[in-house]
Design a binder for this molecule. Structure first.
Ligand code: ZN
Ligand code: ZN
Length: 256
């Protein structure tokens, strides 16, 4: 399994993009910095996109990828939960901001949306995909993705503390999770459903208690101006847990 981090931040500039992961060139998770990171050729290789929740920084490039596929008379598959579908159809793909690629063109609309249920394994383009609910300010799911050769990653999506129940379902070799800010923001992070280094540490301790091991950990969704502080604090956590924790960056490649 080859994973490319297309977006690793919660703000966008020339050098930072909204959160987005690409697996084996064909499966994207979230659509923050999706089209802005990929050539048209690379966009057309996409087979499916998994969305974790409705926040703008995770769905932003859906209309843009829709236009690429529309112009090539191709179809892109998007998977998520009912609340994400409802938000997309109400606010974004409603035919007012941009064409409604869920219904156009007929008879084969550009976007084929499939609603998934948490805790039920789906087969998507050869991958086993399991969504689990996480604690965020809107309904959000993390995804465990297992490749045909048995390699497994778990992406928590945007989440606050309280991931313990996910570990009953997930046994990843690679855990991609989030940190929004440094420890001085822990109280406000908890309120809006995000993590900081010390909050992540507690989640990893629980992971180890439940699973008996720790996976490789990669962190996305950082606030760019706090990245140096986060990096220093996460180094202390990694040392305490004796386990590598890496801050992701745009263009980062991981191999399982
Ligand atoms: Zn969010
Ligand atoms: Zn976000």
């Amino acid at each position: 399994m080859n994973i490319q981090v297309l977006g690793a931040h919660n703000c966008e500039s020339q050098s930072s993009k909204f959160t987005c992961l690409l697996i084996d060139d064909v499966l994207a998770i979230d659509a923050g910095g999706l089209t802005s990171s990929l050539s048209f050729q690379a966009q057309q290789k996409l087979k499916a996109i998994l969305l974790t929740h409705q926040h703008y920084d995770h769905i932003r490039d859906i209309p843009a990828i829709g236009m690429t596929f529309f112009l090539h008379q191709a179809t892109i598959n998007i998977y998520s939960t009912q609340p994400v579908y409802d938000a997309l159809t109400t606010y974004l793909l409603n035919g007012k901001l941009y064409p409604n690629f869920l219904e156009q063109p007929q008879p084969n609309p550009t976007i084929k949306f499939t609603i998934i249920e948490p805790y039920r394994t789906e087969q998507i383009e050869g991958y086993s995909v399991l969504a689990t609910e996480v604690n965020h300010s809107v309904p959000t799911v993390g995804y465990q993705v297992t490749s045909p050769d048995g390699k497994t990653l778990f992406y928590t999506a945007d989440t606050g503390p309280g991931l313990a129940h996910c570990w009953k379902y997930a046994s990843p070799q690679l855990l991609i999770t989030e940190i929004i800010g440094s420890d001085r923001y822990s109280e406000s992070a908890k309120k809006v459903g995000h993590l900081t280094p010390s909050l992540l540490k507690q989640e990893l301790i629980t992971f180890q208690e439940v699973k008996g091991y720790l996976p490789q950990v990669v962190v996305v969704h950082m606030t760019p101006t706090l990245e140096k502080e986060i990096e220093a604090e996460i180094a202390v956590v990694a040392k305490a847990l004796n386990n590598p924790i890496t801050l992701a960056h745009e263009g980062m490649k991981l191999h399982l």
